[in-house]
Design a protein around this ligand. Structure first.
Ligand SMILES: *Cc1c(COP(=O)(O)O)cnc(C)c1O
Length: 426
């Protein structure tokens, strides 16, 4: 169980939100603290996840792949098989149950790549809540598929035209909305970041991944795995998979960040490794942020939109500082190679985010013995990445439709984050 010390994880975390939002955050925290040890609440959550999202997701042994890599036995925790195709729906369903308990009738969220917005719109439709999603205008262009479905699901998608017109501006607008509406509205945060209690709360709902994984490992392997590997954007799928093993020091925990094109400033999204992220306070919490020489939030890049974030969960920053988490990274190119390997050897189409965990995992597994077992958390499926993958593997036989789409689609991989000072209180 992941517990903060008054909202702090070592020297990270906290609640640096505008004062007007304090009552809403405290209301949420009180409710969460009163429910998190209640087995009936966990059962209610599990039942919803089971009946609506197909849980438990399987733990799949990868025999052909393990033989090819030539080291540890590789297993995949199949979060790609969730309804909506990724782990994000776990957290969103859990927050939906809290919204019901608080008697609120409306949810808002911000989204960059659109996956969290889509999951939120799905939850709102299922639970009968009004839903508004804030999204940068440029992201709306890039993610027209997700935007289409969010609107068909009944959500209102609000284009944000200020600044760089991406995730950060959308987050500012969502917070402005919440400050005026928290009496009847909940802000659904998508990852284990932001002001307390969000990091702890999101990690709690995602721990359903690790709880299942541990039970499945005990019955299918006969013991805990030797190593658990996950990709790290904000950190929620990693924390979910790691949760039951954090105190088990015989289980190695590996978090794989986006190495992007290179180690140059602005070309990657590595925050946990030596000489990358630095302490800062922004977006309501303290963590390791990528910053430029003036302490402004830096630019980031990854071929995987979900890993392209300038900060990281304060829980992972603390675990790294304490030496419990081993940070690793995979470049765009390595992730694409691992993506291809999984398709060819196991018939599974991974998300580009998850392909980073695969790349880091394969590299380590090759150094391990066949008696050892590694679980890689497959956070999502890759259907959404069709254009980026097609761009990476050009082929003269792509259909005219795909050629046209590729020419028309802005290159998603150029997304950057910028602006706000990391030392300002958000
Ligand atoms: C959003 C996303 C991620 C990154 O988010 P975390 O909070 O770090 O888990 C990883 N994989 C997929 C498939 C995603 O959609």
């Amino acid at each position: 169980m992941i517990r903060s010390n008054n909202g702090m994880f070592g020297s990270f975390g906290g609640r640096y939100a505008p004062e007007i939002l304090t009552p809403a955050l405290i209301e949420l925290e009180r409710l969460f603290f009163s429910l998190r040890d209640d087995p009936d609440f966990w059962r209610e959550y599990q039942t919803l996840a089971q009946q609506f999202s197909g849980r438990p997701t399987p733990l799949t042994p990868c025999e052909r792949l393990s033989r090819e890599i030539g080291g540890a036995q590789i297993w995949l925790k199949r979060e790609d098989l969730n309804h909506s195709g990724a782990h994000k729906v776990n957290n969103v369903l859990g927050q939906g149950l809290l919204v019901r308990r608080m008697g609120k009738r409306r949810v808002i969220a911000e989204t960059g790549a659109g996956q969290h917005g889509l999951a939120t719109a799905i939850m709102a439709a299922r639970l009968g809540l009004e839903c508004r999603i804030y999204m940068g205008e440029d992201d709306i262009e890039r993610q027209y598929g997700n935007v289409f479905w969010m609107r068909r699901l009944g959500a209102e998608v609000i284009p944000v035209a200020t600044g760089a017109r991406t995730l950060k501006e959308a987050m500012d607008e969502a917070l402005r909305d919440w400050a005026a509406s928290f009496e009847d509205t909940h802000y659904v945060l998508g990852t284990a970041c932001g002001p307390a209690p969000f990091p702890e709360l999101v990690a709690y709902f995602q721990s359903i991944i690790g709880k299942e994984l541990q039970q499945q490992a005990l019955s299918q392997i006969g013991r805990n795995p030797d190593s658990v590997v996950a990709c790290v954007g904000g950190g929620s799928n990693a924390l979910g998979a790691f949760a039951p093993f954090i105190e088990r020091h015989d289980v190695e925990l590996v978090g794989v960040e986006a190495g992007g094109r290179s180690r140059e400033e602005g070309q990657h999204s590595i925050r946990l490794q030596e000489g990358t992220g630095e302490d800062g306070i922004a977006q309501g919490f303290k963590t390791l942020f990528l910053q430029d020489a003036d302490g402004q939030l830096g630019h980031t890049h990854s071929v995987a939109a979900g890993l392209d974030y300038v900060g990281v969960s304060p829980i992972l920053a603390d675990l790294t500082q304490r030496g419990r988490l081993t940070p690793d990274s995979a470049t765009d190119e390595e992730a694409l190679a691992a993506f291809e390997t999984l398709l060819r050897y196991e018939g599974i189409i991974p998300a580009l985010e998850s392909s980073h965990a695969l790349a880091g995992g394969f590299r380590r597994a090759a150094q391990m013995s066949p008696q050892q077992h590694m679980v890689i958390n497959l956070s999502g499926r890759g259907d959404k990445d069709i254009f980026n993958v097609a761009r990476a593997f050009p082929h003269p036989d792509w259909s005219a439709f795909l050629q046209r789409e590729l020419a028309r689609q802005p290159d998603f991989t150029t997304q950057t984050t910028q602006g706000e000072s990391a030392t300002d209180v958000a």
